[in-house]
Design a protein. Structure first.
Ligand SMILES: [Zn+2]
Length: 497
């Protein structure tokens, strides 16, 4: 099977600016690149890309597809952004590294999970990270204690098994349960499993604001105890009181990089974060796993939490409860109660409800996106495009188009594409992808460089990105704007060795 893509501007993922060239695809690979017209008359399917940019398929290094891709098998929210490969298992949560089940499927180990992904032909390729939270939960449940020697050995063994089955590395999420119970020693002991290898340590750090520098130091120590390769997940400085820390943060990262530690990062192009509403709780309540139950059972505790919320580390007034698409300030007015009491009542329903936090700076976002070592990453969880019930952050459907739109203006088209393709493939060591090169797998996206952007918001997280023309996975069209209802399932599990 041959395909020629002609008259398009090729942006090859290396950082070079787009160049007019034709591509010959044979079976699933890029067979040749040549000046326009070279393949005229070839017996092949012809795709005309006049006026369009052809880039390597985008690679989302910060995905949470794990079980979701088993449930929503068209993975539209991802594919329609031009993403052809996602790295799952971020922030410490990974389905593949422990036995699991979902939608009638089950797996006992990472190999079985990989086989399942291949059997289902999910539309986009899957790379996985092992997740510290998942492993700790599997071995120790919700126990806040340090692991015993035996528990630690069991966790190390699960991590080793996952890495030898092809996980690109491992991740932690140190603000979440039960990862927040782990101390640096536990993380270093796990990291030691990767020493001498190229397996990456990706971390959602213990603090992204008030204790940012201590958290960075911990991340560095953990990476140094292992492969010496660190990925800082969704790099940011949260809360206005910490915005100024960006200067020192970037200086420190530069110093570590100069000293030989490999540090890279990812970032979604939004200033709202999104996670569970339980994150509003100040210490020591932030470590309670049964907060809703306790609130339901005790009037005194309801009063205590209402009072404690005055010291929330988050700005409650601007926090959006996604199911209502209203801020807590708006909800408080509607209910005729204080913001704290309103928030307490929401926590009493469930601390797991989705919330969005306005906690980042636009200026810092632009500085971070421009850094040469920052990849695009969506941190997308769900959106209505896949799941009509979903209450999600627009990053789940708009991160890549928006990243391109912003970064192509701040840097250049070539640099924006590199940060979405070649850089992530290099950092996560994803073989034969991320670049338009002879013999590489033909994962490609064709788009209109002027139009590529996302208009999705919290109240409309089902809006398709604009500007994507066609997405090709392994040489075949997986989505085409002209036949927008059709999804091709050509994704594979990609082992990283
Ligand atoms: Zn995270």
């Amino acid at each position: 099977m041959k395909t020629v893509i002609q008259n398009g501007m090729i942006c090859d993922g290396s950082g070079h600016e787009p160049e007019l060239k034709d591509i010959l695809i044979e079976n699933n690979r890029i067979a040749e690149l040549a000046s326009p017209g070279t393949f005229a008359g070839a017996e092949a399917d012809i795709i005309d890309a006049s006026g369009k940019i052809i880039a390597p398929g985008f690679i989302d290094v910060h995905a949470h597809g794990d079980k979701r891709k088993l449930r929503f098998r068209d993975r539209k929210s991802v594919l329609l952004q031009g993403i052809t490969t996602e790295v799952d298992g971020n922030c410490g949560n990974s389905a593949s590294c422990i036995p699991g089940e979902c939608e009638g499927f089950s797996w006992k180990n990472p190999e079985e999970y990989a086989n399942l992904i291949n059997d289902l032909n999910v539309p986009v390729n899957t790379v996985v990270l092992a997740g510290h939270n998942s492993i700790r939960q599997h071995v120790m449940g919700s126990c806040p204690a340090r692991p015993t020697d035996e528990e630690l050995r069991t966790m190390q063994k699960l991590l080793e098994d996952s890495l030898s089955a092809g996980a690109a590395g491992w991740s932690s999420g140190l603000t979440y349960f039960p990862g927040k119970f782990a101390d640096e020693e536990e993380l270093k002991a796990l990291s030691s499993v990767t020493a001498g290898s190229q397996k990456i340590y990706a971390t959602h750090m213990r603090s992204e604001g008030d204790d940012l520098f201590a958290a960075l130091e911990e991340a560095v120590h953990v990476a140094q105890a292992g492969s010496n390769r660190l990925q800082i997940s969704h790099l940011k400085t949260i809360f206005p009181r910490n915005y100024h820390k960006i200067d020192h943060l970037l200086e420190l990262i530069e110093q570590y990089r100069a000293s030989g530690l490999e540090i890279n990062a990812d970032r979604y192009p939004y200033v709202y974060s999104s996670t569970r509403i339980g994150q509003v709780l100040p210490a020591p309540y932030d470590k309670m796993t049964d907060i809703s139950e306790q609130l339901k059972n005790s009037e005194m505790f309801r009063k205590e939490i209402t009072e404690a919320l005055k010291n929330s580390p988050r700005d409650l007034a601007t926090t959006i409860l996604i199911s209502e698409n209203m801020t807590l300030a708006e909800l408080a007015v509607q209910n005729g109660k204080s913001i704290e009491e309103t928030c307490m009542e929401i926590l009493m329903q469930s601390a797991e409800q989705s919330a969005a936090y306005l906690c980042m700076s636009e200026d810092n976002l632009k500085r971070i996106l421009a850094l040469s070592y920052v990849c695009a990453g969506s941190d997308g969880i769900s959106c209505q495009l896949d799941d009509p019930e979903s209450e999600g952050h627009p990053r789940a459907v708009g991160s890549f188009p928006r990243f391109y739109h912003l970064v192509s203006q701040i840097c250049s088209v070539g640099e924006a594409v590199r940060k979405m393709t070649g850089l992530p493939a290099t950092v996560f060591r994803i073989p034969e992808r991320g670049f338009i090169r002879k013999n590489y797998i033909a994962d490609l996206v064709i788009f209109d460089g002027e139009k590529l952007d996302s208009k999705a918001g919290f109240d409309r997280n089902n809006l398709l990105p604009c500007g994507i023309d066609r997405v090709i996975v392994a040489g075949k069209t997986a989505w085409n704007a002209a036949e927008s209802e059709k999804i091709g399932h050509y994704g594979r599990y990609i082992a990283v060795n």
